[in-house]
Write a protein that binds this ligand. Structure first.
Ligand code: NOJ
Length: 738
């Protein structure tokens, strides 16, 4: 009995000591772990290796189990699933000297197993709650599969659709992209308290300006003015950091002569001192080694020195810190304080996630079974997917009647599943996707006869399937034809000089259109395509991007009018690849464009205008947006400008409209864009219903960088333009007075 009482007492004492130590500030706990670590172990915390499950480059270290045991890596990526991560974690916490838990990262970009629309598509929803909900589900599923950390959001602005990674960001505009970036961080991280193991660390990438490579060629050089960088490219990173993102990833590219991974100005002066980022910086994949190829480092040891001293805390897959950092410290080239600082940042994340208390917190088989691909997650994915669809053209064809008796569902993507998950689809599998044919079948049941054929492949010049497809179209009441890109045609390492529709797909549409049947073109792709003929001739054209697991159901919702399309383009669609970059917020130039006036800034052989502009997208109803009504005609320093706008559904269907507010600074000491998005609201209206929307413009909305790169607002007139697309606005003028 006495023994039992003693044991109970000791147990209580132990628990209360553990509880007290849990309550100690994280900093103290981090320091107490750090104090026990050897230099090798600290460097281990600064090292991230892939397991052999998947990679986006060479897998240079296969022996990761031994690495864990020896404390040579503090984090792993690409491992997922409770069984696998639990086993790896077990090795770390049972077989390594200090028993420090591992951090598991993965590219959970748009869903883990339930795949959501690609990020560019989600941005097209202009629905901030939908964007957040998508990231929440991704985090829920990823955390249920043993993961702690996603390498997302990717917030790189791009104005170049040749760049394959355009699919992974939010498009061309700093304001929209910033809103999306912050929402995605909040979705992944929740309140970032990690009280429940259903959120994961976010990683803002790629710092910085990765979306502006010369020629749209992935990994290529970036060279831009500091003004352009700060006004256009920096804001989304900043928004994500302000939203609390715990980690930042460096970029592969150089920025104005210095590769991001060794760029002290970027990683320390700007990120730490100016943006006050407190978290951890991880490099991109082998980007330390690549400093040698860039030509700024003599060898990989030198590269390690440059990277660590610039501010790269964790080395992804270069094994450069592992091989060289100890020597650099011993030679006095890297102060131990810098190593301590980086290791501390990594340990801190592990404490924040609660891994020191319970390294298996994210390893719950039961939750893994329940959460992943649950009905709830699929239904959220369907909702986000239909909100991401943009109706580009509709000559009275859509919505199709549900009474349709015979429908031809044609094209190489009509019955396809594998491509629907798009690039960066984590653990997603095509077999879980609802194809377009299945989605239509789910919607219309057995009442409809579906005639399906590919007609052609996505690539190649074989037209031998056209005749059969045309025959089916002839027999049908209406035709839906699904064409576009396969999933590896956009994404990382997928830049293209020709961004028209691949293969003979456009010819297939032309052949089908000759039947005169009502026809809907459903585009599935990862980037804006140059499709002027379709853009001007298709009876109906739906941009569905790559919508993920629920793609077919979501498209069917739109085709048959159960959901009224509400998406708006987050990026301009060029008419011709030679126009790139084409974006709405361009400068006026001294010779603004006027068609047919040769001595203007224009092309001889193509208009300046995009095929479809930023902010554009149709609905099955129509909306009237009134003139913006500001609450004052002039404003002074410290005052806000409130703008009221009336929007009315003038059609006969319920629908959502995205009301967009742009400004233009008419005269300034530095040239200003012809329009800059400053606010938007998505509003749902019944037929005939009106709403008065209120926008508030703050001082920062009128500010720009002056000639000394200081933020300023100059007195003078500003146009406030409101509409439902960047090319369809009504304007009013307000004046800023001294
Ligand atoms: C390289 C990509 O640029 C980056 O975005 C990704 O997170 C890593 N590979 C890891 O897969």
């Amino acid at each position: 009995m006495r023994n039992l009482i003693t044991s109970l007492f000791l147990l209580l004492l132990f628990n209360s000591l553990a509880a007290q130590s849990r309550q100690k500030p994280i900093n103290e706990r981090v320091d107490s772990v750090l104090a026990q670590m050897t230099l090798d172990e600290k460097i281990g915390q600064m090292t991230l290796f892939t397991t052999d499950w998947g990679s986006t480059g060479p897998t240079i270290r296969p022996g990761y189990r031994e690495d864990i045991m020896q404390g040579r890596c503090g984090a792993l990526f690409n491992a997922h699933g409770v069984t696998f991560t639990r086993e790896l974690q077990r090795i770390a916490v049972e077989e390594s000297r200090l028993k420090i838990p591992l951090l598991f990262g993965y590219d959970v970009i748009h869903g883990f197993k339930t795949i959501f629309p690609i990020p560019l598509a989600e941005a097209a929803s202009w629905d901030t709650e939908a964007v957040k909900a998508s990231a929440e589900v991704a985090a829920d599923e990823a955390s249920a599969a043993g993961l702690h950390w996603t390498f997302a959001p990717m917030v790189d602005i791009t104005r170049d659709p040749r760049w394959g990674r355009i699919m992974e960001g939010a498009g061309e505009d700093p304001f929209l992209a910033s809103v999306v970036a912050a929402q995605r961080v909040k979705g992944f991280q929740g309140e970032a308290t990690f009280d429940e193991p259903n959120h994961i660390l976010a990683c803002v990438k790629h710092f910085a300006a990765y979306g502006a490579p010369f020629g749209g060629r992935d990994y290529n050089t970036v060279d831009m003015s500091e003004r352009m960088f700060r006004e256009v490219y920096l804001p989304p990173y900043q928004a994500a950091i302000e939203a609390g993102a715990r980690t930042v990833m460096t970029a592969f590219n150089e920025l104005n002569g210095v590769p991001a991974t060794s760029n002290k100005w970027l990683l320390t002066d700007l990120l730490r001192h100016e943006l006050r980022f407190k978290g951890m910086v991880v490099t991109d994949y082998t980007s330390i080694n690549e400093l040698v190829e860039h030509g700024v480092a003599a060898d990989e040891k030198h590269a390690s020195e440059l990277a660590v001293m610039a501010g790269s805390d964790m080395d992804m897959q270069s094994a450069a810190y592992h091989r060289f950092l100890k020597g650099l410290v011993e030679e006095g080239k890297v102060p131990i304080e810098r190593v301590d600082e980086a290791a501390r940042r990594v340990l801190r994340l592990k404490f924040e996630l609660g891994l020191f208390e319970d390294p298996y917190r994210f390893c719950d088989e039961q939750r893994e079974k329940e959460v992943i691909l649950s009905d709830r997650n699929r239904s959220i994915a369907r909702d986000v997917a239909r909100k991401s669809i943009v109706l580009l053209r509709n000559e009275g064809v859509l919505p199709l009647p549900k009474e349709t008796k015979k429908l031809a569902v044609l094209g190489p993507l009509a019955a396809d599943k594998d491509n629907l998950i798009g690039f960066w689809s984590a653990a997603g599998e095509g077999r879980h996707c609802v194809s377009l044919v299945e989605g239509i079948r789910n919607k219309l049941g057995e009442n409809v006869e579906l005639l399906t054929a590919k007609g052609c492949e996505i690539t190649g010049d074989d037209k031998s399937g056209f005749a059969r497809a045309v025959e089916m179209a002839r027999q049908a009441d209406a035709v839906v034809v699904a064409i576009g890109e396969s999933r590896e045609m956009s994404g990382e390492a997928a830049s293209k000089v020709d961004i028209s529709l691949p293969g003979v797909q456009e010819d297939l549409v032309k052949a089908l259109m000759e039947t005169g049947k009502p026809l809907v073109v459903v585009l599935m792709n990862g980037r804006p395509l140059t499709i002027p003929w379709l853009g001007e001739n298709a009876p109906a054209l739906l941009e569905t991007w790559w919508l993920g697991t629920e793609a077919g159901n979501a498209i069917a919702d739109v085709l048959f009018g159960d959901y009224n399309p509400s998406g708006k383009l987050p990026v301009s669609f060029p008419r011709h690849v030679g126009q790139i970059p084409v974006f709405y917020s361009h400068k006026p130039t001294g010779r603004p464009y006027q068609p047919n006036d040769k001595w203007r800034s224009q092309y001889l052989d193509e208009s300046n205008e995009p095929l479809f502009p930023f902010g554009y997208g149709l609905s099955y109803t129509t909306f009237e947006i009134g003139s913006p009504k500001p609450d004052k005609t002039s404003f002074r320093s410290g005052e806000v400008v409130k703008v009221q706008v009336k929007v009315t559904n003038t059609g006969n269907r319920e629908g959502e409209e995205v009301v967009q507010l742009y400004i233009r600074d008419k005269v300034a000491s530095v040239t200003r864009p012809v329009k800059e998005l400053k606010a938007f609201q998505k509003v749902s209206l019944k037929p005939g219903e009106s709403k008065d929307l209120r926008f508030t413009l703050f001082e920062k909305d009128f500010a720009f960088l002056d000639q000394n790169l200081e933020w300023t607002i100059e007195p003078g007139e500003f146009e406030i333009k409101v509409g439902n697309s960047s090319d369809n606005v009504k304007a009013v003028v307000v004046e800023r007075v001294e």
